[in-house]
Every structure is written in C-alpha cells, then in structure tokens.
Design a protein around this ligand. Structure first.
Ligand code: PLP
Length: 357
C-alpha cells in the first residue's frame, strides 16, 4: 500500500484467507467444509413465518430464545451460554476477553489458521507448538508457562481427534489459564469436553452451527463455560456491538437446534460417506489421516498436492490446499453428498490411470 499521512496510525494486519466461494453453481465445492445437506425443515418453516415489519425493531440483545434452546440442548444453565456471529465471532471475542496477558498463548503449529491472526490483531504473544511427526498433539507440550491455550478438537486441517483424557491433562495442568476447546467438528466423531465443565472453571468450549447443522450461511456460533466466563464474554460484546445476532438468525438457530432427529440423520450420512471416501482414496494411493470430522486430509503417494489441486479445479471440483511447510503436500477435501464424492473419485481415477499409462 502507498504511504499516507495516516499510515503510521493504522493497525497493520495479515488477514485470514477464507476458502473461495465460486458463483458457478455447477462447481462441486469441497473446499470450505460446508454441509452438503439443507438445514433442518423447521428453518424453512420459520423463514416462511417471518413478518418483515418486525425488522424495524432491534433484536433481543441477550439473544434469549437461542441461548435458552442451546442451554436446553446441552442441559446447562442459560447463564453458561454465549452466542455470536459464527464461532469465528465467539472465538475472536474470547481471544479479546481471556488472552490479555504477557505470557504467550499456546496452540499447535498446524491448526485453524485464524488463531495466529487473532493473536496478532489483538497483540498478544503466542507460541506455536509443533505437532508430532504423525500430526498428533502431545498434551505434555502444554504444561508450560502460558497466557492461555486454544486447541481445536478434532483438529483442523488434520481432522484428527484428541482423546478426552489428553484434553483433561491440558485443562487440569493449567488451572490459572483459560483453555479454549474449539469443537467446530466434534459432532462428526470427537469426544466433547463439555462433560468436564462441572469440574473445571478454566474451560471454555466453542461450537458452531456452520458444519453439523448446515448453517454456514447464517453465522451462528456459541460458547459454553462457567457463569463468570460467560459474563466476561458478554462484557466484551456489550462494549463492541450489543446486537451481534439479528432477529432472523435467532429464529433460524432456534429451529435448527430443536430438530435432533434430522441433525443425527445428516451427521450419520456424512460419517458413512467419509468412511467410504477414505477407503476409495486409499485404493488410489492416498495416505489419509484418520478423520473425526466432515473432511479428510490426504496426501498422494507420488503426485504433488498442487498438481491434483489444479487438475481438480479445472474439472470443476474445488478442494483446499494450504501453504504451510508441513502440510504442503496434503489436500483438505470436505465430505459432500454421495454423488459429489463419486465424481471426485472418478475424476481422480481417470487422472491417476492416465498418469500410470
Ligand atoms: C469452520 C471453523 C470455525 C468457524 O466456523 P464459523 O462458521 O465461524 O462458525 C472455527 N473453528 C474451526 C476449527 C473451524 O474449522
């Protein structure tokens, strides 16, 4: 950027780069871990009942209807629930609220690539702790002086889950730090840390409606923690923007979380497709990390990831490729419908067979 008179007062940041959203509906989008199935039928019903006249009024600043529905679903008190505009918003406010010390915040070197961005933008020091060679997290690496800890479980983009006992080791060994567990993908197979909430007042669990509830477009996330932690998050929210959740989104989220049967059915279907896709990829010569999410992280035996990425893109299939040194040869492939994955496998099969010929 050119130098302006005001340049010296700018908060310079190196932003997070979200996956592409192509406008062509024929593209098979396996690049942002969206759910391939529609949201619960109650969402459409709610939207059909919306009276636009109500939009002249501000929404409920406490988002009580949605907070109560989430509290009810998880069997916690509503005073333990905080909601925001996607879990990115909730995570960002949690960084602002809890990671305000001078010791470094800890998170893995290979994880959700937004964590270092928030640490930078809020100017908190951080240390990225290398995952083991097999991409697992060693909980003993997190028993050192720190200003807070954040772990995605299951981790992204590896898809690998950390056992609850390891999560507990990290929480119990850091009673003077807030430990955030980002459970964006936990519905697809991980073990939730929610069962530890009664035991630890330094745990904050963050979830999203974007993946397992098919609502990435609505932007709904939430945190569950002890009452005082939720109060800290609300203090931040009411100091930045009192009305983060709009009236329509509040109704959409409430309808979605009330439909347990539909939710289970979609999640089970995605898990079955993930397992089948993993087997097919292995037959094609991919090494696939064990996934507990709605995506797989895979590396081909001899074809560079970038070559496959470009080829798939030319064929109208978008997947995600990350630049980091350790993951450069991997593709992150979201689990779509059965037919999306059939198409992916057939396009890859054609390419690999031609390569072999
Ligand atoms: C997708 C994702 C999020 C953010 O989801 P929202 O759409 O903002 O709710 C947070 N953490 C991880 C690890 C994710 O993959």
């Amino acid at each position: 950027m050119k130098e302006y008179g005001w340049s010296r007062n700018v908060r310079q940041v190196d932003p997070y780069v979200p996956g592409e959203q192509p406008s062509d509906p024929n593209i098979i989008k396996l690049n942002t871990n969206e759910n391939p199935y529609p949201p619960a039928p109650g969402v459409q019903k709610f939207l059909s009942s919306v009276d636009v006249t109500d939009l002249r009024k501000y929404p409920d600043p406490a988002s009580s209807e949605l907070v109560d529905a989430i509290a009810d679903y998880h069997d916690v008190d509503p005073s333990q629930v905080f909601v925001g505009v996607g879990s990115d918003d909730v995570l960002s406010m949690a960084f602002l609220a809890f990671f305000n010390g001078s010791d470094p915040v800890l998170f893995p070197d290979v994880t959700y690539s937004f964590y270092n961005v928030w640490a930078d933008v809020y100017r908190v020091p951080y240390t990225e702790i290398p995952l083991s060679d097999d991409f697992t997290i060693d909980p003993s690496d997190y028993l050192r002086k720190n200003g807070g800890i954040i772990i995605a479980n299951p981790n992204a983009p590896t898809g690998m889950p950390l056992p609850l006992s390891s999560i507990e080791t990290i929480i119990s060994g850091n009673r003077d730090s807030v430990v955030i567990v980002d459970e964006a993908y936990v519905d697809f197979g991980g073990e939730s840390a929610l069962s530890l909430l009664d035991k630890y007042d330094n745990l904050l669990v963050i979830r999203t409606f974007s993946k397992s509830r098919s609502l990435a477009g609505s932007r709904i996330g939430y945190a569950i923690g002890c009452v005082d932690m939720i109060r800290c998050l609300n203090d931040i929210k009411y100091s930045v923007n009192s009305y983060t959740m709009d009236r329509i989104t509040l109704g959409i989220g409430t309808a979605a979380i009330r439909d347990e049967a539909y939710f289970r059915e979609c999640v089970d279907r995605i898990i079955a497709t993930r397992e089948r896709t993993t087997e097919e990829l292995k037959k094609l010569g991919f090494a696939v990390l064990p996934s507990a999410t709605n995506f797989v992280f895979a590396r081909h035996g001899y074809i560079p990831a970038m070559v496959l990425f470009e080829y798939l893109r030319d064929q109208g299939i978008y997947v995600r490729h990350f630049g980091g040194k350790r993951v450069y040869n991997y593709l992150r492939i979201s689990i779509g419908t059965e037919s999306d994955m059939d198409k992916l496998i057939s396009v890859l099969t054609d390419y690999i067979e031609r390569e072999r010929a």
